[in-house]
Design a protein around this ligand. Structure first.
Ligand code: URA
Length: 205
């Protein structure tokens, strides 16, 4: 449903247009543009990140920066074809603060996540993915309405209210922040293992 006109939304194009005009929370004021989800309308997997980063805000596309490159590599290593995935975010506008000339990412709060959920719900209704993969706590919060601890739920499929399978794993940018090479490699392997598990569960259905 378009939040402004209450017209039903029946295509991704219509949805992107509605998101572009979104003023449901103040984040639109300082962002370049809303960043809609991207991918085929019949995707098997929907991957949900937190919010667009600096590069995504400028490009108008999700996961095109460093976290996106990490995600693409991990999907490849997990044997999940990028063409089978629809990639989106829990929050569609880039939340940041200025530090000198740099725009530093700020985590969206529960109010912003809640106000933006209408768009993620519409994406889910249009795509009807076999499984949703939440990348990090913000995505998990949006999808479940609960504050989850990743370590407690990763690797265990959950079921959303509409019956869709939900897998929760880390956000790829958390891997980019790990400094020790060995730790980073271990965290990357665990991330790929989570993705593989989701793929295996979907294949088994
Ligand atoms: N991080 C996210 O959560 N989403 C993006 O699109 C980019 C970085």
């Amino acid at each position: 449903m378009d939040a402004e006109t209450l017209e039903p939304i029946t295509s991704l194009r219509q949805l992107a247009a509605a998101e572009a005009g979104c003023t449901r929370c103040p984040l639109y004021k300082n962002a370049t543009q809303a960043v809609p989800g991207e991918g085929p309308s019949r995707a098997t997997f929907m991957l949900v990140g937190e919010q667009p980063g600096d590069k995504e805000d400028l490009a108008g596309k999700p996961f095109v920066g460093p976290a996106g490159r990490m995600l693409d590599q991990a999907l490849h290593d997990a044997g999940i074809a990028r063409e089978k995935t629809f990639v989106t975010n829990a929050v569609k506008h880039f939340k940041h603060e200025m530090r000198g000339k740099r725009r530093l990412h700020k985590r969206p709060n529960n109010y912003e996540i809640e106000r933006c959920k209408i768009w993620l719900d519409d994406e889910r209704k249009l795509i009807k993915p076999a499984a949703v993969i939440a990348l990090g706590v913000t995505a998990a919060r949006s999808l479940t309405g609960k504050t989850l601890t990743i370590a407690k739920v990763r690797g265990k499929p959950l079921t959303l209210a509409d019956g869709t399978k939900l897998f929760v794993t880390v956000h790829p940018s958390s891997l980019l922040r790990i400094e020790a090479e060995a730790d980073k490699r271990a965290a990357y392997r665990a991330f790929v293992a989570d993705l593989k598990k989701a793929a295996a569960e979907v294949a088994a259905v």
